[in-house]
Design a protein around this ligand. Structure first.
Ligand code: SAM
Length: 222
């Protein structure tokens, strides 16, 4: 059953109250952008209320759109601001790309599956986003042409932090990535000081789809 926009707005606000504010998402800018971004437009389902559930959802090609709370936590951790150029690895549905585009100056997003990248591009353009570039490629290599980036967000899990992403992070920048074995990972915040020193902190446990690429998992890993 597909619900009308007004009803979906009600469920979206409930999602923000219960799943984000009810946990540890306290940044008002982040809460507002999740309140205003129509997550249901990024998902193909016969029941669009599902878009506001407290779980990841399938988006095709064996991939998922992350649970709203996990997407919000990652966005809160990087503290995106209006002057930031953000690199996102793993465009997926394009939902988190849209969230980042509302908070930052420009978003550069890399997706390795072309049908997902094309679908996301179409939705983002229909919704009128003019500050996003999406490309198909191996995001473990970053996007050298536009580096350095003030913030980097990786939405798939890697055995370690890919070196090129650390290199492409600007001084004073923040990067968030799920790191660890296939079954479960830790969400790691990487910070680069103004002098270029890199520190890592463990934020929480998580489970993400794998980051497949030169500096991530190789295809067909166990
Ligand atoms: N944040 C996304 C959203 O809002 O829909 C969900 C991203 S999904 C959890 C992870 C994505 O990372 C998948 O679309 C997958 O194809 C992509 N991915 C995996 N390895 C990649 C790589 N090396 N480069 C770019 N994208 C990759």
């Amino acid at each position: 059953m597909n619900l009308c926009e007004k009803t979906l707005e009600h469920f979206r606000h409930q999602m923000v109250r219960e799943q984000l504010l009810g946990r540890d998402i306290s940044d008002k800018k982040v809460l507002d952008v999740f309140k205003n971004t129509p997550r249901h437009k990024f998902i193909e389902t016969s029941n669009n209320k599902e878009a506001y559930g407290d779980f990841p959802l399938e988006i095709g090609s064996g991939q998922t759109i992350s649970q709203p709370y996990m997407a919000a936590l990652m966005v809160q951790l990087i503290e995106a601001k209006k002057t930031d150029r953000v690199l996102e690895i793993g465009t997926g549905s394009g939902y988190q790309t849209a969230i980042l585009a509302e908070l930052a100056k420009e978003v550069f997003s890399v997706e390795c599956i072309d049908v997902l990248a094309e679908r996301a591009k179409g939705i983002l353009s229909e919704l009128g986003y003019g500050n996003i570039r999406v490309k198909v490629g191996d995001g473990t290599l970053g996007w050298q042409e536009f580096a350095p980036f003030d913030k980097i967000i990786v939405t798939a899990s890697s055995p370690d932090v890919p070196g090129p992403l650390i290199d492409q992070l600007a001084a004073g920048g923040k990067l968030v990535i799920p790191v660890g074995p296939r079954a479960s990972q830790r969400l790691i915040l990487v910070e680069k000081s103004e002098k270029g020193c890199v520190t890592k902190s463990d934020k929480t446990g998580c489970v993400f789809v794998p980051l497949i690429g030169k500096y991530g998992w190789s295809e067909g890993f166990e």
